[in-house]
Design a protein around this ligand. Structure first.
Ligand SMILES: [Zn+2]
Ligand SMILES: [Zn+2]
Length: 351
């Protein structure tokens, strides 16, 4: 049996890089030789046993690009050598939600690399219908960044900001991309609130009108209200994942404004909202879980056309063996953003 190198998350806190069997594909699947996988906060959660603990041992990794190595008999429009990524969200196709076209809410929701073996390995298998071809103009690194961009696109579609409306983003991780998306939708002003000078600068370079560094601003809510004609923003996006910043985002909205919930809090965390704000204030909240379906080719389009230029967010490439080191390093160094893992390289490369 053919084997491959993979980073196996054995149990919480333990990763072993070892040889495992190359996945066998069915007629409905393709085998992909992995080029790069971006490390995501979800991988840290799986590593610590906070998420998908019942799936261990497993091989995570879900933000990826690669080349098709083998095609299942029923796969259409794909061939060996195609440069690809995949929509990682696999709905069952038959439940109430899947039939409604809301596969992210599927009763048996499954994500490649989160609930099933993923791409911290030399090869991964994926259903052919989930696979998307990447254009030549897109680098493999940017190809591995399609998944996070698709998540931002999904949230942007749900929020559906109107032209010339004001948008505040809290958070300067993927928040930087939310700001870019707001700029692309002709929103103004676009305000980014964050705690990292370097990333706030990237947000500004990507077109944000104002940045608010919370290390230098005592009351970011008051500041946003001041910058939006004393009313508050039309839209607020929470891209941190803390109760306190959710409450702040809600307080930054004008009457009738919409909060986009993007940052993932603890499952049991609760926030305080007065129902009054929904009734007399007509405020709204839109949720968004991941990028799915058309969000994926839409992300490819925006990256390949240069509407989104993600390179300033790329920090480093590392070999598979350094994955555990990198998971810890990402917690320690706030200036690191996207680290790509590659089974094909043997030493670290700063980007
Ligand atoms: Zn991710
Ligand atoms: Zn379903």
């Amino acid at each position: 049996m053919a084997t491959m190198k993979a980073a196996v998350f054995e149990k919480p806190g333990v990763i072993k890089v070892k040889d495992v069997p190359v996945p066998e594909i069915s007629d409905d699947e393709v085998l992909i030789k992995v080029k790069y996988t971006g490390i995501c906060g979800t991988d840290w959660s799986i590593y610590n046993g906070w998420y998908s603990a019942d799936k261990l041992p497993m091989i995570p990794g879900h933000e990826f690009s690669g080349v098709i190595a083998k095609v299942g008999k029923k796969a259409k429009g794909l061939k060996e050598g195609d440069k690809v990524t995949a929509d990682i969200n696999m709905g069952c196709g038959t439940c109430f939600y899947c039939i409604k076209g809301q596969s992210l809410l599927c009763d048996s929701f499954t994500q490649l690399g989160i609930h099933t073996d993923g791409t911290f390995a030399e090869y991964v298998k994926a259903p052919w219908k989930q696979v998307h071809i990447l254009p030549d103009s897109l680098s493999f690194e940017a190809g591995a960044f399609v998944e996070p961009v698709s998540c931002v696109i999904h949230a942007a579609k749900a929020m559906n900001a109107a032209l010339a409306s004001s948008v505040v983003v809290i958070g300067c991780g993927l928040g930087v991309l939310h700001a870019r998306m707001a700029v692309l939708r002709a929103c103004a002003p676009v305000i980014v609130v964050g705690d990292n000078e370097k990333r706030l600068k990237i947000a500004k370079d990507m077109g944000a009108d104002y940045i608010i560094d919370i290390n230098k601003t005592a009351d970011p809510v008051a500041e946003v209200i001041k910058l939006t004609g004393g009313r508050g923003a039309d839209y607020a996006i929470e891209a941190v994942g803390k109760t306190s910043t959710y409450e702040q985002a809600f307080a930054m909205l004008r009457r009738g404004g919409t909060l986009s919930a993007f940052g993932i809090t603890g499952e049991q965390d609760t926030m305080k909202i007065r129902p009054f704000e929904f009734v007399l204030g007509e405020k709204k909240i839109t949720g968004s879980c991941a990028g799915v379906g058309s969000d994926v080719p839409d992300a490819i389009t925006l990256l390949a056309s240069g509407r989104i230029k993600p390179e300033p967010l790329f920090s480093m490439k590392i070999p598979l063996e350094d994955l555990e080191w990198a998971l810890h390093e990402l917690r320690k160094d706030p200036n690191l953003f996207k680290i790509f893992v590659s089974p094909e390289i043997s030493k670290r490369e700063i980007l």
